[in-house]
Design a protein around this ligand. Structure first.
Ligand code: AHR
Length: 508
């Protein structure tokens, strides 16, 4: 118990917008050891695999209920030519991955391998097509190859490559970061390209595409406005344009400069608070993009997608700078927890979000050892697992008093307590974070309009914010059972310094 008590009111009988499960999406790029060595080791590997896909990684990811997986990039997507990645593996051409380390790309992990991975995970595929260096015909053919039934040139090719039935692929990205690595286009120029590419990505049979236009860099609201105007041309408020159903943007948590982003495990308390301020900015960005979209689409027919988010640190010493390999501490877990609270509050416009990236790259949920293959679940993994009950749940508003605990960080003020809640199938889940590095706090949940029984709470914390998991010590940061106490009208939940807590129970 601590003297610092924050009251929070939750009306259990007033469900808000549904939190799409796709807000817990993933991203796997041909970058460093994400695909090769992370998700895919090849059929000849000593590690247990199915067609080359690592089964221990699949098992760990299945426990997260991964809703979707974005692939093959990122920047790589706009250099990827899918035809190079189908057919017998020994005849696939090798290419150079110019964006990421200049290494050779064998193309051994291609369309069929990706779809097999999605099937093993039970995740929906989200494919990023190549707008930057590809052609409209190439992308159109890819959609046909994957999703068309009956007879056609692409269907015959797919069958010749061993797949009789079409797959279902709903989510389709029209390029990536078109303002940068995806072609250095101006917004108007990209909007025209997106209309053209989107037009020829056809709905085959019952497969209805959900086309995501490549959106803004951070707070470039003008980019979002330009794309929305293109939709407005066709009167999207009443009849959504057929060539684009959503637009995206990216936000990375980088408290330092791009030249020196800071170290993943060596940082001080001030660095921690700066990180939390940078992470919390996602709320401002989501509000900004949503406000622009509301002007052109008040009915909220067009989705907003944050298809890359996460921390971005300097690479681990001694690793390839082009591989973006970084450790993952309790601080990263708090960044994730904060993002999810914000996502839940924006559930009426935000339809998808994808952590960058799933394995061995940036804010990974899994790290694997390049020599031994040993697998480690990161602190961020545990936040995804502890929060999975929010997927497809109805959000519940959390009312907090003014004057929440906060820290002054430079010219910013950081609120150090964050909460969100939801209900689904007669169960309630509340997520609570204490971002403060030193002070514990208790949250007193005033639960109105119902009661919660069979309460189970877990806490994710550690002695130090810098603590992380390694093959030798895999459970330094892992969820443990947590004690909460009943009050007259709800629950009192202690939050240790730098901790993430979930409380779940049955709606009684
Ligand atoms: O996730 C790493 C890179 O970050 C992606 O390839 C790119 O889209 C972004 O700049």
């Amino acid at each position: 118990m601590t003297d610092l008590v924050v009251p929070a009111v939750i009306n259990l009988d007033v469900p808000g917008p549904v939190i799409s499960r796709h807000l817990y999406g993933h991203f796997a790029e041909h970058l460093g050891r994400c695909v090769y060595g992370g998700l895919y080791v090849g059929e000849d590997s000593d590690l247990p695999n199915a067609g080359g896909i690592r089964l221990d990684v699949v098992e760990a990811l299945r426990a997260l209920d991964v809703p979707n997986l974005r692939w093959p990039g990122g920047c790589f997507a706009d250099e990827y030519h899918w035809m190079d990645g189908v057919g017998p593996r020994d005849r696939r051409p090798v290419m150079v991955n110019t964006h990421w380390g200049g290494v050779e790309e064998s193309n051994h992990f291609g369309t069929h391998e990706f779809m097999a991975l999605c099937e093993l995970l039970g995740a929906e595929p989200y494919i990023s097509g190549n707008v930057g260096s590809g052609t409209v015909r190439e992308m159109s053919d890819w959609v046909e190859y994957l999703t068309r039934d009956g007879d056609s040139p692409m269907v015959r090719l797919r069958r010749a490559n061993g797949r009789e039935e079409p797959w279902r692929v709903k989510f389709w990205g029209l390029g990536n970061e078109a303002w940068g690595c995806g072609g250095h286009m101006r917004a108007e120029q990209y909007a025209a390209e997106a209309r053209r590419f989107g037009t020829y990505c056809r709905d085959h049979g019952g497969n209805r595409l959900y086309r995501v236009a490549a959106g803004a860099n951070g707070d470039d609201y003008a980019w979002t406005e330009t794309l929305m105007k293109q939709l407005g041309d066709l009167g999207c408020a009443h009849r959504p344009a057929p060539f684009m159903q959503a637009l995206s943007f990216h936000h990375y948590t980088v408290p330092g400069s791009w030249e020196d982003k800071g170290d993943a495990t060596v940082f001080d308390t001030d660095d921690h608070y700066r990180t939390m301020v940078a992470a919390a900015r996602v709320d401002e960005l989501l509000t900004g993009h949503s406000n622009v979209m509301d002007c052109y689409d008040p009915g909220r027919n067009v989705g907003l997608v944050l298809d890359e988010w996460g921390t971005w640190w300097n690479v681990e010493p001694g690793t390839n700078p082009g591989f973006l390999y970084q450790q993952n501490t309790l601080r990263d877990a708090l960044v994730a927890a904060l993002h999810f609270d914000v996502f839940h509050r924006h559930a009426d416009r935000l339809v998808m979000a994808n952590i960058a990236q799933t394995v061995n790259v940036l804010q990974a949920v899994i790290l694997t050892d390049p020599d031994t293959g040993a697998l480690v679940l990161t602190p961020t993994y545990h936040v995804f697992e502890m929060n999975k009950g929010h997927q497809d749940a109805a959000s519940l508003r959390v009312d907090l008093p003014a004057g929440l605990p906060s820290r002054e960080v430079g010219r910013a003020s950081l609120t150090t307590v964050s909460l969100s809640a939801s209900r689904r199938d007669g169960r309630v889940l509340v997520s609570l974070s204490n971002l403060d590095a030193a002070e514990a706090v208790d949250v007193e949940l005033d639960l109105r309009g119902g009661a919660v029984a069979d309460v189970r709470a877990r806490v994710l914390t550690a002695g130090r914010l810098q603590d992380h998991n390694t093959p030798a010590a895999p459970d330094v940061v892992a969820p443990r059972p947590h004690e909460v106490s009943a009050t007259g009208s709800g629950l009192r939940v202690p939050l240790p310094a730098h901790s993430f807590v979930t409380v779940e129970g049955r709606l009684a």
